[in-house]
Design a protein around this ligand. Structure first.
Ligand code: COI
Length: 371
């Protein structure tokens, strides 16, 4: 049976002028709306106590399982204000299902899809004034999270969990417009191994990436590119974003968009899957393949690979312009944003923002125009 949510509105909402100022130019994930959704799970009651409450700190035991053994998973999706004034999100059922898969891998309970969707709808409805205006890049980023709360030091799956949804008006993940990022090919560490948690969106994957991210920054790079754990040569993902490679050119009419095949250790991105479809809609060939760093370097040198890009919910789609590794460095497309990258970006964001026909039924209305 679907959960019944109760709604407790804050008595101290952010003043209109302050909120409007924030919405003029939001950064990524810095400011949070007035409310959040909170749901609890226990062995005896299952999911219960579903409520919209004022955004506030949690109080948890210092012995809570999550703080010791790391049972924590999350998702990321966005709410957009459409030109007609309504508010929609993009393929939220995909996030609900991926969160269930992440929960399964971390041996946590899955929140039913209908409850996930209702939580998203209620939060955005209550905080609808926080959704940035139509016409720009900004949106309301939604972050569902689940973590283990049982206060125990025994290593076992928690007997109780908290699930919450928070919302943050957000602009571009990478500041400075659509500017190519530089990447460091990480050979010293791996993000995920076959049979591990790489395909789950769990907090630990991100924690494990931070040392390499610092190494990348020391090399002057924006991001890390992860290789497979066994042969240490196949490109997996950027960590937080999937990668795509463009072969051919628009002028020659032979564009092929290639992305690393899902290996079990990389995250099945919603943006990744959507872009593969958008690429086909634009008449490009697509394929999911295993691709090595050597092939990346060689195909760029041979002029076969023309562009590279990273994609994810937060960053949408960002060109990858410079690649550094212990073997040296090379530029892709002269470190410029490429034509196909920009076309893909425009095609996807126009569907998300309700500016293009939604032929695949991806847009999901959260708040109607007249509300
Ligand atoms: C997203 O793209 O939504 C992500 O979760 C990536 C990152 C911000 C953690």
């Amino acid at each position: 049976m679907a959960l019944e949510f109760s709604i407790h509105r804050t008595e101290n909402p952010t003043p209109d002028a302050e909120r409007e100022k924030i919405l003029e130019d939001p950064a990524f994930g810095q400011v949070f709306t007035d409310h959040m959704v909170h749901i609890q799970w226990t062995e005896d009651k299952g999911w219960h106590n579903a409520e919209v409450v004022p955004f506030a700190n949690f109080s948890i035991s210092p012995a809570a399982n999550v703080l010791h053994y790391g049972q924590a998973i999350f998702e990321g999706l966005k709410a957009y204000r459409l030109p007609d004034g309504s508010i929609a999100t993009f393929r939220p059922e995909q996030n609900a299902r991926r969160m269930q898969n992440s929960a399964r891998r971390l041996n946590m309970p899955g929140l039913p899809e209908e409850d996930f969707l209702e939580a998203v709808r209620l939060l955005v409805d209550v905080d609808r004034d926080w959704v940035p205006a139509a016409g720009g890049e900004a949106s309301l980023y939604l972050r569902p999270v689940m973590f283990a709360t049982e206060p125990t030091l025994g290593v076992h799956s928690s007997k109780c969990y908290s699930m919450y949804f928070i919302a943050s008006p957000s602009g571009a993940y990478f500041t400075g417009g659509v500017k190519p990022v530089s990447v460091w090919i990480c050979e010293d560490y791996v993000r995920a191994a076959p049979g591990g948690t790489g395909a789950a969106k769990c907090a630990g994957n991100y924690a494990a990436s931070l040392l390499a991210q610092t190494q990348a920054a020391e090399k002057g790079c924006d991001q890390v590119v992860w290789l497979d754990a066994i042969e240490r040569k196949y490109i997996e993902e950027m960590g937080g974003m999937n990668l795509m490679f463009v072969y051919g050119t628009e002028a020659e009419g032979n564009v092929r968009v290639v992305t690393p095949a899902l290996s079990g250790s990389l995250l099945p991105g919603v943006t990744r899957a959507s872009l593969l479809q958008v690429a086909e809609d634009l008449g490009y060939e697509t394929s999911e393949e295993r691709i090595t760093v050597d092939q990346w370097r060689q195909d760029v040198a041979d002029g076969k690979m023309t562009e590279a890009l990273a994609c994810g919910t937060a960053a949408v789609l960002t060109p990858v312009g410079r690649v550094l590794s212990k073997e040296g460095e090379f530029d892709v497309n002269d470190n410029e944003a490429g034509e196909v990258t920009m076309k893909l970006r425009e095609a996807l964001t126009s569907i998300q923002h309700g500016e293009a026909e939604d032929t695949h039924g991806w847009s999901y209305e959260l708040v109607p125009a007249d509300k």
